[in-house]
Design a protein around this ligand. Structure first.
Ligand code: BV8
Length: 239
């Protein structure tokens, strides 16, 4: 199967890649559906990653993101991130990388033009429409930081459940799915929409890379059972 899929990679002019939290698992970043650790074990990420949860308890949600930021800042991109970046650098314009991840590891590995559908965990934005008094650099320290003049809160610049994805990134991702001869779907359970819908809309062959069964296995032309850091270097290295 690996040799056959390597042939598909060789023959594809346009390759779309959709990655999820499993892409970063071998870097040491727990996936979204891994049991939350320690203090966070009592919370469901799907409940925490919402505007409603933030408004109800800003410091709890802010502290969860601070905990994740601290963990992600200490890890490195893995061989899977690096294989995707090296391929894109060897073949400019042939590979479009679409990620649901907010950890920035694809960007740190050197992948160009990453379509980050769910935002960036290291960026903040104002919770409510900012007034002239709202200056993020001068925000009053706190969990979360806030505008001392009007009380507006800073929040992580990620897409929470119930929030629209960035229209430009999503449009570019849909275009990449439409023109691709193949789509690699790596490290995602395929549960979260509209990102998972990209695999269902792919014009080309769909190849799932995942150690476990996923919700997208039914649309896969091939499934490579294994970890991203192990499979992707084999799949993308040149003969
Ligand atoms: C929206 C940022 C419109 C925050 C995240 C149909 C259409 C549209 C929307 C919906 C729909 N159905 C339901 C919805 C609503 C909802 C949704 O999808 N709910 C699900 C749970 C049913 N979607 C939304 O709300 C989206 N917005 O639709 O807006 C709208 C707007 C207003 C009003 C109405 C409609 C917004 C979704 C974005 C949410 N934000 N992240 C943050 O990170 O804190 S999603 C979050 O889950 C992460 O980004 C994560 O990447 C993502 C998806 O999870 P996965 O990446 O798949 O991770 P998971 O843990 O599930 O799986 C890991 C996989 O890795 C596993 O398969 C595992 O086997 C594998 N793995 C493990 N180790 C490895 C590995 N793979 C490879 N190698 C390994 N070593």
């Amino acid at each position: 199967m690996m040799q056959q899929v390597r042939g598909w990679v060789r023959d594809a002019r346009h390759i779309a890649v959709l990655t999820g939290a499993g892409m970063s698992a071998e870097s040491g970043v727990p996936t979204f559906r891994d049991a939350q650790t320690g203090l966070w074990a009592q919370f469901d990420p799907q409940q925490l990653a919402t505007e409603e949860a933030f408004r109800a308890n800003p410091s709890r949600v802010w502290d969860w993101y601070a905990f994740r930021r601290e963990l992600i800042a200490k890890v490195q991109p893995n061989a899977g991130h690096e294989a995707l970046a090296a391929f894109a650098q060897r073949h400019p314009g042939r590979l479009t990388l679409i990620t649901q991840n907010v950890d920035g590891l694809h960007q740190r590995a050197g992948s160009p033009g990453v379509l980050a559908l769910h935002g960036n965990i290291f960026e903040d934005k104002w919770l409510d429409r900012p007034g002239p008094c709202c200056n993020a650099e001068a925000a009053a320290r706190g969990s979360p930081p806030y505008c001392a003049r009007c009380g507006n809160l800073l929040r992580p610049d990620v897409v929470w459940f119930g929030e629209l994805l960035p229209p430009q990134a999503m449009a570019a991702a849909e275009e990449a799915a439409r023109i691709c001869e193949m789509m690699l779907v790596v490290g995602t359970s395929g549960v979260v929409y509209p990102a998972a819908g990209l695999a269902r809309a792919a014009a080309g062959r769909v190849v799932v890379v995942n150690p476990e069964p996923t919700e997208l296995d039914d649309v896969a032309d091939a499934v490579l059972r294994g970890g991203a850091a192990h499979i992707l270097p084999q799949l993308l290295e040149e003969d």
